[in-house]
Structure formats: C-alpha cells, structure tokens
Design a protein around this ligand. Structure first.
Ligand SMILES: [Zn+2]
Length: 331
C-alpha cells in the first residue's frame, strides 16, 4: 500500500478523552479502547511516521453516554485526564498549542496533540473569564454547543427551538475571536451557524471539525452547500467524518466510497482548500464499512490516488488544510 512520504496526518476530532474519563484511565492500556485511534497512531508513530497531529475534544455534555458520565465533570477534570493520558503515553505524544510547538514535536519524533471542546456553553456557563481560562489551559478551538441548546447557542437537537446565538453567545464569540480560538460549527443549529458567520470578522476561525455534506446525506449534523461555501469563503476547513449515519441516507452500508463522495462534493462546492479529516474514530460504534481505525488511512490515500487526486491535493486533505487553520488561531 502506498503512503506518500512525509504525509502529514491531521485528525480534527476524536473522543478519546471522554472515553478515558468514563473508564477512569483504569486500564492504562489505550490499545484496548474500542476503535482507539490514538493507540493506532502510536503504532504509526513507532513505525516511523513522523508527522501526526490529533485534536482531542473535551466533550462537556453530561448525557453523552446516558447515565455514564458524572454530571459534575468540570473541564479541568477532563484536561487533567488528557494530561495524565499524555504522561502515560510517554515518548509518543506531546501537548502543543502552536504550529511551532507541533513542528518541534515532529522533529522530536512525537505525535502533536492539542485540545478542543465540544460544548463550550457547558464548560464556560456565562463566564467570559472561563473562556479565557480554557484558552490558557490550551484549548485552541471550541464548538459552542454539542447537540442541545446551552448558554451560547442552539444545537442540532430537533426537539429544541432554534434561537441561534444567545445574547451571551454573541459576546462569547467575540471573545473567542479576540483570543484567536477557532469556532467549531459542527453540532450547531442552522441559525447558530449563520449567526456565528455574521459575527466573525477574522479569517480562518470558522471550522467544522466533524461534519459531512447534507446534499449527499440529509442528517442535520451535516452542512448544506450554502454552509460549505460560507465556511470556505471564511477561510475555514471541514473535517469529513467516518460515522456511518452522516455518510449515507441508508447508513447501514455506508463505506469508504461514501467518504470519497463527500470529499468530492465538498471539494467541488467549497474548493480543495476547505477539505480535511475529522474521523470520530472512537466517538462512534458505526464507522464506515472498510475503515476500522487510523491504520486504514492508507486505504483512503490509495482511493484518493485512484480518483485522480494529485499528491498536492491529498496532502491538503489529509492534513495541510488543518495545519493552515491551526496556524491562523493566535498562538
Ligand atoms: Zn461530535
């Protein structure tokens, strides 16, 4: 299997921290985690792959797995799980908050890791100071909402009213922009999305860490063509996600060819510069058929080559575009 030499692999979303906090880090053996993307990444790094970057989402929603996540988990608790995990990873991984730190990590043979949030409203409440504190803790982009409405914005939950950004949400978005914290629109309601877009002035801050194209799969977690164009025009990137229900309206048979179809579509609508990967490898039990974990990423590269994507385009999709975004956030 061919894999382009020195190809940067940048995955914009995983739920490893949430899984580890649910398990209390008890096993200490990350390879035993189902679909554990990071365990596989370690193997890739150990086999000599030099440039890997992984976003670790702190998912604040207490009902992410009903009844399992203690309701009083604070973002600091999850940050400390993340750092314990990195400590246990020893030689393999390093926390990074800037492009230069990531480059140094790669030079030193380590995976570059950084923090993001799903559900900034749950993490910060209505406190701007909390948002600043999270940035100081290393969070470099944040999704204002998970699925449910919170202090900042409305999420994609169809049973809740789509009021868009709240009054505090507008102030919160302004502060994120001031800090240079990326604003992740995955999980946002349509009105929240457009409210954010209207609010932001700085290029490259708007992103969708794990969402696909709604034109191909009608799930509301996916982006309409107008939204894809808007993210692209704002200098942002969209992470194609491998969760079957977001790939195909008949999700049971969604496969790697559907991943290709979403890449084709988003590239056609928004341009190649807005396409990235946001796998959700360990956030789902319904991965696309034919792709088990990060060790199957070479299959995707192979498919892209067969679909006549140039080496340059593949480098952008697998990581180059995300690295551009990561650099745009003020670090
Ligand atoms: Zn998610």
């Amino acid at each position: 299997m061919r894999m382009l030499s020195d190809l940067l692999l940048f995955d914009a979303h995983c739920d490893t921290v949430t899984r580890l906090s649910l398990n209390g880090l008890k096993s200490g053996n990350f390879n035993q985690e189902p679909h554990n993307s990071i365990g596989i990444l370690f193997q890739l790094a150990a086999s000599g792959r030099r440039r890997i970057m992984q976003a670790f989402a702190l998912c604040m929603h207490p009902f992410w797995i009903p009844g399992k996540l203690p309701s009083q988990v604070s973002p600091e608790d999850l940050v400390s799980v993340y750092f314990t995990f990195l400590e246990q990873a020893g030689d393999h991984a390093r926390h990074c908050t800037s492009r230069s730190e990531a480059k140094q990590a790669w030079t030193d043979g380590k995976i570059a890791c950084f923090l993001t949030i799903e559900g900034l409203g749950e993490a910060a409440g209505t406190s701007i100071e909390r948002i600043i504190r999270l940035y100081e803790l290393g969070v470099r982009w944040a999704g204002p909402v998970w699925n449910h409405n919170n202090s900042i914005a409305a999420g994609v939950d169809p049973d809740q009213e789509d009021g868009g950004l709240t009054a505090f949400g507008k102030t919160a978005v302004d502060e994120m922009e001031r800090l240079g914290m990326g604003i992740d629109v995955s999980h946002m309601s349509d009105k929240s999305f457009w409210d954010c877009l209207e609010r932001i002035r700085k290029r490259g801050l708007l992103l969708a860490s794990h969402s696909n194209a709604r034109a191909l799969c009608g799930h509301r977690r996916n982006l309409t063509d107008a939204q894809i164009r808007a993210v692209s025009a704002a200098g942002g990137v969209i992470g194609i996600t491998f969760h079957r229900p977001f790939l195909n309206n008949h999700s049971a048979n969604a496969s790697i060819s559907d991943i290709l179809a979403h890449i084709d579509h988003i590239a056609a609508v928004g341009g190649i510069q807005c396409v990235g990967i946001g796998s959700d490898f360990d956030g789902t039990d319904e991965l696309a058929c034919g792709i088990r974990d990060a060790s199957d990423l070479p299959l995707l590269v192979e498919q892209l080559l067969q679909h006549n994507y140039s080496e340059e385009d593949i480098r952008l999709i697998l990581g180059g575009n995300w690295l551009r975004i990561f650099s745009e956030c003020r670090m």
